[in-house]
Design a protein. Structure first.
Length: 131
């Protein structure tokens, strides 16, 4: 037994293991953003049905708030806080779909994603379809 050989018996781990930062960790650039699910001239975030459109909405929201581009981590964080998170593993698929349509692109320097004028126009047009 463990008492006979001088070692202490194993105890259950009392604290959870550390994991990668999650969407609950506020990215530094987003700490001062006033998060809302509505923007003038666009449908409410929750009125959008497609995640690809929600990605555009998050990028447009960030641009309106003075952030011209977002990293994948920032997209995950914002979409989760808005109430319908886009998983990090799915972002690239939604990006490629919107890239083919000319709605988004990525920075060559830091790979951050940004909405293009065509993406903003498309997103605004969704508002008109809902009326």
């Amino acid at each position: 037994t463990s008492a006979d050989d001088g070692t202490a018996p194993k105890q259950a781990r009392k604290t959870p293991r550390k994991t990668k930062p999650t969407s609950s960790t506020v990215p530094e650039r987003l700490q001062d953003i006033d998060l809302q699910t509505s923007m003038e001239g666009y449908l409410d975030f929750h009125a959008l049905k497609k995640k690809g459109d929600k990605l555009l909405w998050v990028l447009q929201f960030a641009q309106t708030a003075g952030l011209p581009s977002l990293s994948n981590v920032e997209i995950v964080f914002l979409s989760d806080r808005l109430g319908d998170g886009i998983p990090g593993t799915d972002i690239n698929g939604y990006y490629k779909s919107n890239l083919k349509k000319g709605h988004v692109n990525r920075s060559l320097q830091d790979k951050s994603m940004r909405i293009l004028p065509a993406g903003s126009t498309y997103l605004a047009a969704l508002t008109n379809k809902a009326d």
